[in-house]
Design a protein around this ligand. Structure first.
Ligand code: C2E
Ligand code: MG
Ligand code: MG
Ligand code: MG
Length: 291
């Protein structure tokens, strides 16, 4: 039932973006109105270290559509990028991430950082660095509180993006390369950039149980990160076997359904407070059904 509804929405948005101009306008109008009405919120997914300690959370955007229900980001981020509304939407999401981080800390919940996904258009915008600094400061946070996830592709796209990454790193923001291994960044460029983390795409993590090839790719990324002095985050870790393998192989952080699904702010606070982050405690949190 829920799955069916999800597929229906997917079809609606896919077709709207590709088919008739009228459908396209309808979607883009809805997106514009949603930004104005602030129908977006963030869910947070924990990143834990090899001891099971919470190190940070990734912020993942959701659109609460008044009639179509919750819409996932792969459906609206691309539309926002294409329509030119990624700027305002990205700003709104940054504000939410900072507000939520402060609220969590205000309730006594220790979250070292929030990791925010930055789209290629945002990063290429020459005003991005100053806009980001302004938001972070206005919320009483520093560059250490906010990590930035950028894709390999966005670094290849524009010289302004590479420049932005240098300036951001100089200001103390940590930079993670998202979905690493799926793009085509040159290793020499990677080496020249002040990047801190590689996020191993979940497609590779999902192949760990299978053949030697999947395992070899993850091993290569971990070895590369080690050589370059970068930390690693494995995405989409769903099983105990994957988690144990990754720890053994030296992966720095683990993120995935095995530990926790993305959660709205209140649930995240409960999750952190319920859970014992005792050293060596590897027990996953209770599994909640997806809402
Ligand atoms: P991503 O940044 O690579 O985020 C990881 C995606 O994997 C998330 O999907 C997350 O819910 C999902 N995931 C996490 N653990 C597991 C697992 O164990 N198994 C499986 N099957 N999936 C897992 P989500 O939330 O649908 O986000 C999809 C993509 O949308 C993100 O990929 C990111 O590229 C983009 N996105 C999300 N939020 C934002 C945002 O605020 N701004 C921008 N520009 N892009 C965003
Ligand atoms: Mg990400
Ligand atoms: Mg990713
Ligand atoms: Mg991914």
């Amino acid at each position: 039932e829920a799955k069916h509804a999800g597929r229906g929405r997917l079809r609606y948005f896919d077709q709207a973006m590709s088919r008739h101009a009228s459908d396209r306008y309808e979607l883009l109008d809805a997106l514009k109105a949603a930004i104005e009405r602030k129908q977006f919120f963030l869910e947070y997914q924990p990143q834990v270290d090899v001891d099971g300690q919470l190190r940070g959370v990734e912020a993942l955007a959701r659109w609460r559509h008044p009639t179509r229900g919750m819409i996932r980001p792969d459906l609206f981020i691309a539309a926002a990028e294409q329509s030119g509304w990624m700027g305002p939407l990205g700003l709104l999401l940054l504000e939410l991430a900072c507000t939520d981080l402060q609220a969590c800390r205000g309730s006594g919940t220790c979250i070292p950082y929030v990791s925010v996904n930055i789209s290629p258009k945002q990063l290429a915008d020459p005003s991005f660095v100053s806009v980001l600094c302004n938001v972070v400061e206005r919320h009483g946070l520093t560059s250490r509180d906010v990590e930035l996830e950028v894709t390999e592709g966005s670094l290849m796209d524009a010289a302004t993006s590479e420049d932005a990454v240098r300036r951001l790193a100089a200001l103390g923001f940590r930079i993670a390369i998202d979905d690493f291994g799926t793009g085509y960044s040159s290793l020499s460029r990677l080496h020249r950039l002040p990047v801190h983390k590689l996020k191993i795409d979940r497609a590779f993590v999902g192949q760990l149980e299978g053949d030697r090839v999947g395992t070899s790719i993850v091993e290569s990324i971990l070895a590369l990160a080690d050589r370059l002095g970068l930390k690693t985050v494995a995405e989409g870790v769903e099983t105990r076997e994957q988690s144990l393998w990754l720890k053994e192989a030296g992966c720095t952080l683990i993120q995935g359904y095995y530990y926790a699904r993305p959660m709205a702010r209140e649930r995240l606070i409960d999750w952190i407070q319920d859970r014992r982050f005792a050293r060596g405690d590897d027990a996953p949190a209770p599994v909640w059904s997806e809402t």
